[in-house]
Design a protein around this ligand. Structure first.
Ligand SMILES: *[C@@H]1O[C@H](CO)[C@@H](O)[C@H](O)[C@H]1NC(C)=O
Ligand SMILES: *[C@@H]1O[C@H](CO)[C@@H](O)[C@H](O)[C@H]1NC(C)=O
Ligand SMILES: *[C@@H]1O[C@H](CO)[C@@H](O)[C@H](O)[C@H]1NC(C)=O
Ligand SMILES: *[C@@H]1O[C@H](CO)[C@@H](O)[C@H](O)[C@H]1NC(C)=O
Ligand SMILES: *[C@@H]1O[C@H](CO)[C@@H](O)[C@H](O)[C@H]1NC(C)=O
Ligand SMILES: *[C@@H]1O[C@H](CO)[C@@H](O)[C@H](O)[C@H]1NC(C)=O
Ligand SMILES: *[C@@H]1O[C@H](CO)[C@@H](O)[C@H](O)[C@H]1NC(C)=O
Length: 682
């Protein structure tokens, strides 16, 4: 009996020990609101109305709240970190008239307390000395609303994964990818434009899910109440074996600096085995911490201001009505003579008398150009500003159509690389005038082909001009409520201002389309030599046909050659492909460029190659204007488009014949059917 008893006790103890081991290894909890006993708190933390508040508006303050006991984070006798899944709801409540800062960190730490941490940008997570030290054994997911250079923060509204350091291993702008609107790039990566950005500290409640399993860490966030998005915001491989100790504390920390906001945790769940533990959080009926709209109407200044302005308004209305009645009577007759569209663009109207005076009665010495449908005059308006006045002949309906196209598109478009419309005038039913800002340096084709060596365009000027035109066309294609097709991009329609900035002009052929709408078949218009083959064939303009024209413009600018010269010479496009196939493209450049100090052959070659890709015969092979603009932007710092790459691409297309079927034809037949076709089409 005496011998028997300890045996039972022993096996009982072993059993207890074993089962105890099992229950210790796993942690599971769900807090929908907090009681004092739910967490251990350090620094300036308060729990009120079941909300865990890690900071209020007091400056340079730290608050930390941890699950009261250490939790097991590794498998017994192994370095393998246990999987975990946690979810919480947080809010960062801003204060009125107060700059907000600094952020919340969900963290694992080996000890309690806030020793070794400082406030402000250190988030109560680490301090200046121990930041980056592998002996810290801390892991955190930061929700940071301040951009710190020292930690390489990406912006002032980001989520980051921190290992022993405030310089995040991985970070992303705060937000989520909506399941139904998520988009991918062609390489399979996420399309950043489909990210729904969330402003961390606008006082809204956000739910966060953090999962760690099989060495993968994922962080997902969404506005509270929304179903968990399938695509995490951050999703990376991360080995925490060296970071975690066998047992760790888990919780939250937050800090204010000179900047302050109230950091709040409303609910929190955690589990090592249940990856749906986040579903246990109650997301309904939570308090809101968003600032109410400014109650301006309460201020004394507002009331006083209102009284005065109301009185003023009454007087103004009385006077204005009297004038309007008088004016209306006078204008009624004039208006009856007008069409609907004219009223729409009423604000741009300039009187004939003004234009007549500006151009000294359309004096011949003021003529600065002759276009297809009339002369262009230089003029000086009464205010002293210089303008160019295009007088459109009224003989044919074509003139009227162009006039309409110009004022209806340019009248509403505003961009620094587009010529700006000053106004318009229609005298009787016949003569029509369009008034633009005057461009000191005239048109690009004059500078390219008619200038002497002294005022020849430098290499730098040419690149800038191409860049300017590209951003102007990009604006037309994508920057406005409707898609605008210019349909006549060419050197004579590019104008240069005093500082040699380029602006695209002449919208006489421009058409507007809804962004979704495909242009319907119309007549072939435009300028021979700049027309995309498919356009010449079908008469259907598209953004790609503009890109083709732009490609030809690049060639023209870089080679100092017109797209189509005298009979017998091959069109510029074909000539370049021929040089290209012989590997002699560098002989194509405008010879005057070589005398230029800033001439950079490599860059010139890349730009010319871009022109050739833009002028691919296959419309699908052409880049978008956005890609073209990007090309020029990158050219300045990162060299993404290596010359070899573009070479390879062009040679490949030459070989594969997809871009070049017509060119090959033209080579084998010794003629140029493509452009002959175009000539006929045009
Ligand atoms: C803000 O927190 C500090 C420190 O905990 C406390 O002394 C102060 O009373 C709090 N202020 C408000 C308005 O609650
Ligand atoms: C708590 O807040 C007070 C100001 O209210 C501040 O002086 C003190 O440093 C704060 N304590 C911590 C640990 O941040
Ligand atoms: C862990 O190792 C200790 C001795 O180092 C051993 O007594 C114990 O049984 C081991 N536990 C498990 C679960 O393997
Ligand atoms: C940072 O914390 C460590 C303890 O981890 C301490 O020794 C050090 O003095 C602190 N440094 C600063 C700048 O507060
Ligand atoms: C972990 O990531 C790898 C590659 O990133 C992936 O193949 C694997 O499915 C992920 N595992 C889990 C559990 O998500
Ligand atoms: C993780 O790190 C530990 C310790 O450095 C190592 O033994 C283990 O192989 C690593 N696991 C993976 C999947 O990288
Ligand atoms: C996992 O957690 C959720 C939310 O608390 C709960 O509804 C579910 O029953 C849990 N599943 C298991 C297997 O415990």
């Amino acid at each position: 009996m005496n011998q028997f008893y300890p045996k039972i006790l022993l096996s009982y103890l072993l059993l207890a020990l074993f089962s105890c081991n099992q229950s210790v290894a796993e942690t599971d909890f769900v807090f929908n609101g907090f009681k004092q006993s739910d967490v251990s708190i350090f620094g300036n933390v308060t729990i009120e109305s079941r909300i865990l508040t890690l900071s209020n508006d007091s400056t340079f303050s730290i608050g930390r709240a941890l699950y009261p006991s250490k939790i097991v984070t590794k498998e017994a006798n192994s370095s393998k970190v246990l999987p975990f899944s946690t979810s919480f709801i947080f809010a960062m409540a801003p204060y009125r008239d107060r700059l907000p800062g600094h952020g919340i960190v969900f963290l694992f730490v080996p000890h309690t307390g806030i020793d070794g941490t400082t406030s402000a940008q250190n988030l109560g997570f680490l301090n200046f000395t121990n930041n980056g030290n592998p002996d810290n054994h801390v892991f955190g997911v930061e929700f940071d609303v301040f951009k710190n250079q020292e930690f390489n923060d990406i912006n002032e509204n980001h989520v980051g994964i921190d290992v022993n350091s405030l310089a995040s291993e991985f970070a992303h702008e705060a937000g989520y990818w909506p399941d139904e609107k998520i988009k991918y790039n062609s390489d399979g990566s996420l399309n950043e434009e489909s990210l729904e950005t969330l402003k961390l500290n606008n006082g809204r409640n956000y739910q966060v899910w953090i999962d760690y399993v099989d060495f993968n860490i994922s962080v997902t966030m969404a506005p509270v109440g929304m179903k968990r998005p399938k695509q995490p915001l951050l999703d990376f491989h991360l080995n925490l074996s060296q970071v975690f100790e066998e047992e760790m504390y888990v919780g939250f920390t937050a800090a204010t600096g000179e900047l302050a906001q109230s950091h709040k945790i409303l609910a929190w769940s955690f589990s090592n085995s249940n990856f749906s533990i986040g579903d246990g959080l109650i997301t309904q009926g939570l308090p809101s911490f968003e600032l109410p709209e400014d109650p301006v109407y309460r201020s004394k200044g507002f009331i006083a201001g209102m009284t005065v302005s109301l009185l003023f308004l009454v007087v103004v209305i009385a006077v204005a009505s009297w004038f309007l009645i008088k004016r209306n009577r006078r204008m009624k007759k004039e208006r009856e003579d007008m069409e609907d569209w004219e009223l729409e663009y009423w604000p741009h109207r300039i009187t004939y008398q003004e234009i007549d005076a500006a151009t000294k009665g359309f004096a011949d010495e003021n003529v600065i150009g002759i276009g297809g449908n009339g002369k262009v005059y230089k003029g000086v308006l009464a205010g002293g500003s210089e303008v160019a006045v295009k007088r459109i002949s009224h003989q044919n309906s074509e003139g009227a159509r162009q006039f309409l196209a110009e004022i209806s598109s340019l009248g509403r478009l505003k961009q620094r690389n587009l010529v700006s419309l000053r106004g318009w005038c229609k005298k009787d039913r016949g003569s029509m005038f369009v008034v633009y800002d005057y461009m000191e340096n005239g048109s690009l084709d004059k500078r390219l082909f008619e200038s002497n060596d002294r005022n020849m365009l430098s290499f730098e000027d040419r690149i800038r001009i191409l860049k300017d035109v590209a951003s102007g066309v990009l604006y037309l294609h994508e920057g406005w409520e409707a898609k605008v097709l210019h349909r006549d991009i060419k050197a004579s329609n590019v104008l240069l201002d005093r500082d040699m900035n380029a602006r695209l002009g002449d919208f006489g052929l421009a058409r507007m389309h809804d962004h979704s709408q495909v242009a319907s078949t119309t007549r072939v218009v435009g300028t021979v030599g700049y027309l995309a083959p498919e356009f010449a064939k079908t008469g259907r303009a598209s953004t790609q046909t503009d890109v083709f024209g732009y490609g030809v413009l690049i060639m023209e600018v870089m080679c100092g050659r017109r797209p189509i010269e005298e009979e017998g010479k091959p069109p510029l496009v074909d000539w370049l492909w021929e040089l290209m196939s012989r590997g002699e493209l560098i002989n194509a450049f405008d010879s005057r460029l070589r005398t230029n100090q800033d001439f950079n052959e490599e860059e010139a070659l890349r730009v010319l190659q871009l022109g050739m890709i833009c002028a691919s015969l296959d419309a699908k092979a052409r880049p978008s204007m956005r890609q073209v603009v990007k090309f020029f932007d990158r050219n300045n710092d990162i060299d993404e488009y290596e010359t070899e790459d573009m070479d390879a691409y062009l040679l490949e297309s030459l070989r594969s014949n997809t871009m070049l079927s017509n060119f090959s034809l033209s080579l084998s037949h010794g003629s140029h059917p493509t452009f002959d076709e175009i000539r006929e089409g045009g």
